[in-house]
Design a protein around this ligand. Sequence first.
Ligand SMILES: Nc1ncnc2c1ncn2[C@@H]1O[C@H](COP(=O)(O)OP(=O)(O)OP(=O)(O)O)[C@@H](O)[C@H]1O
Ligand SMILES: [Mg+2]
Length: 265
Amino acid sequence: MGRIVIQNVCQAYRNRRRQNRQGDDPAIGYGDSIRVLDHVDLDFADGEMVCILGPSGCGKSTLLRIIAGFEPASAGSVSIDGRRVERPGSDHIFVFQHNGLLPWMTVQENVGLGLRRMPDAEARAEKISEHIEMVELDGFEHHYPHQLSGGMQRRAELARALAVNPDILIMDEPFSGLDFLTHMKMREEVVNMHEFIGKTTIVVTHDIDDALIMGDRIVVMSERPARVKMNQSLDFSRPRDFQKDPKLNRLRRDIFLMLGVAYAV
Ligand SMILES: Nc1ncnc2c1ncn2[C@@H]1O[C@H](COP(=O)(O)OP(=O)(O)OP(=O)(O)O)[C@@H](O)[C@H]1O
Ligand SMILES: [Mg+2]
């Protein structure tokens, strides 16, 4: 359960003028509008890990918000398993965001947030500790977020997301601000988690290597208003190695070029 179909999605934010004038495109909006998404068509299979890249400010987070139902698109539609997304609140989607932990709750309470409706307290406690162990935070159950390092906070957030067992996991730059080693570890954690639970996962990242290492599919967006510039499934075996796989290395170089960097670093 987790096929996502995005059809012809446009998004524009209006500024001052609200009236229609000749030449305005109703799909985009009227007046001094800023066009963010321009006829975006995408289709993600159930269980796919999709990585989205694109220049800063092109509309990636906007697209995620529309998929999660947090805001309506100006035009077009998003449907999940054939059902149109119209509002948030679906238990099937979890949006992973940094600083998403509630500061007045312990790790244990934060991880248990999405399980409040589980009637059996024992089963609930078991599920919480299982997920805390999964991200190697055992021993820190009673710590508050400010008593954890940045990487530990991120792992607690991941445990919280996974405990909910969503059909779709949405992650907007999940590794930003992490030191190199924690970044690598978290990335591995997310890949393992995905292999283990097999849920549709959408990851927006600025890191081309993250996208190529993690993704079953890679989507590259253009400058704003964002269109889909590349939408390609990545049929490379794992673990992936740029040095050893010339085809993967070539794709990496192409994406650097596509994003306006003349040479791959
Ligand atoms: N609610 C809003 N009202 C007006 N403009 C908005 C709104 N939300 C986003 N924008 C504009 O839409 C554009 C895209 O924003 P968005 O956050 O989706 O970009 P992004 O691709 O996620 O960028 P980054 O990589 O820097 O996170 C930006 O120019 C932003 O100013
Ligand atoms: Mg963003």
